[in-house]
Design a protein. Structure first.
Length: 328
């Protein structure tokens, strides 16, 4: 197929995606109609070419052989990872990754054997380096043959591919075989994950886009990305002092300002006051002055003054008429 036909096919798919895509768009994906078209094109090429080859590779290549192929390309990637460690000022990590390259390239026979499996494997590229220095990721974009990227990661992909050790191999057929082998090896490692994607995702495009953006965010910030602010938090960065004062007033208990009666030695309920204390309607209507209120003491109400008096102790009643033995 000529390049003109490929270009016309891509344009027709992009226009079809623009006409069929509806609904609210993600602000990180302003090119969604075009990206969906590229996603469908990549999916068609994957199902017709790459996926069958990856299944055959996974079936006929023994497991030790697949492990050695993965180790070889991982060792080549560690060369660029070490460079980006230094560009991000991660000197301890650069020393670890550089040690991996040195020992795997020599004692591991050009990286076929991972003799430094105790050292942690890191993932660094130019896209992460640019993000480390504050370069924005830019819009999400789906590249033909390379899949999901952002503008920043697309630039990083081009530069890293230009600086890859495979590119410096003078023999072009050998170079192309290595490129194809790496692509098939990576695709074979995604066969199991594809089953989970097909079962869990309702819209595979949205699922792939969100997963990629989240993964890249975690890689740029080494697994500790900043918390995203929502719209209401962005509109009110500083708390309102009046709202804080209102909340504090609501938390304080209500204070009763009504005057409390002074404590007396023995408080007398209102129902036990003498009739002279309760003003009647006749006294209020007459012109005579009301009698002064008299507060009765406990002794005047018939209450014993003896503190040892126990009202619950029953004593023998004394008869009203008794004989006096002395008088008899």
């Amino acid at each position: 197929m000529s390049s003109t036909r490929i270009y016309l096919l891509l344009v027709s798919l992009a226009l079809g995606g623009c006409a069929s895509t509806q609904g609210e768009r993600n602000p990180q994906d302003p090119l969604e109609p075009f990206n969906r078209s590229m996603y469908k094109l990549n999916d068609i090429m994957d199902k017709t070419v790459l996926k069958p080859v990856a299944k055959g590779y996974s079936t006929f290549i023994p497991e030790p052989g697949k492990i050695m192929v993965s180790n070889f390309f991982s060792n080549l990637d560690d060369i660029l990872v070490t460079i980006h460690d230094l560009l991000q000022l991660k000197f301890a990590q650069a020393a670890s990754d550089g040690t991996r390259v040195l020992f795997n390239s020599t004692f591991g026979v050009f990286g076929l054997f991972n003799v430094t499996d105790r050292l942690e494997k890191h993932n660094e590229d130019l896209g992460q380096t640019l993000g480390y220095w504050g370069v924005s990721s830019g819009p999400y974009v789906v590249l033909p043959f390379f899949g999901p990227r952002t503008i920043r990661d697309s630039i990083g992909l081009y530069v890293d591919a230009y600086a890859s050790p495979i590119r410096f191999i003078p023999n072009i057929p050998t170079r192309n075989v290595l490129y194809a082998t790496r692509a098939v090896n990576v695709r074979a490692g995604l066969l199991d994950q594809e089953k989970i994607l097909e079962e869990a995702a309702i819209d595979r495009y949205i699922f792939t886009r969100d997963a990629y953006l989240q993964q890249r965010q975690n890689l740029v910030y080494d697994g500790n990305p900043p918390r995203e602010k929502f719209d209401d938090e962005e509109n009110s960065d500083t708390p309102d002092k009046t709202l804080i004062e209102d909340k504090q007033e609501n938390l304080q208990p209500a204070v009763d300002d009504t005057p409390k009666p002074e404590a007396v030695g023995t408080s007398i309920p209102q129902s036990m006051e003498s009739p002279a204390q309760q003003p009647s309607s006749d006294a209020a209507s007459s012109s005579e002055p009301a009698a002064p209120s008299v507060q009765l003491q406990p002794s005047e109400m018939g209450m014993p003054a003896d503190p040892t008096f126990n009202p619950y102790r029953m004593e023998q009643p004394i008869p009203s008429t008794t004989e006096n033995p002395v008088l008899n």
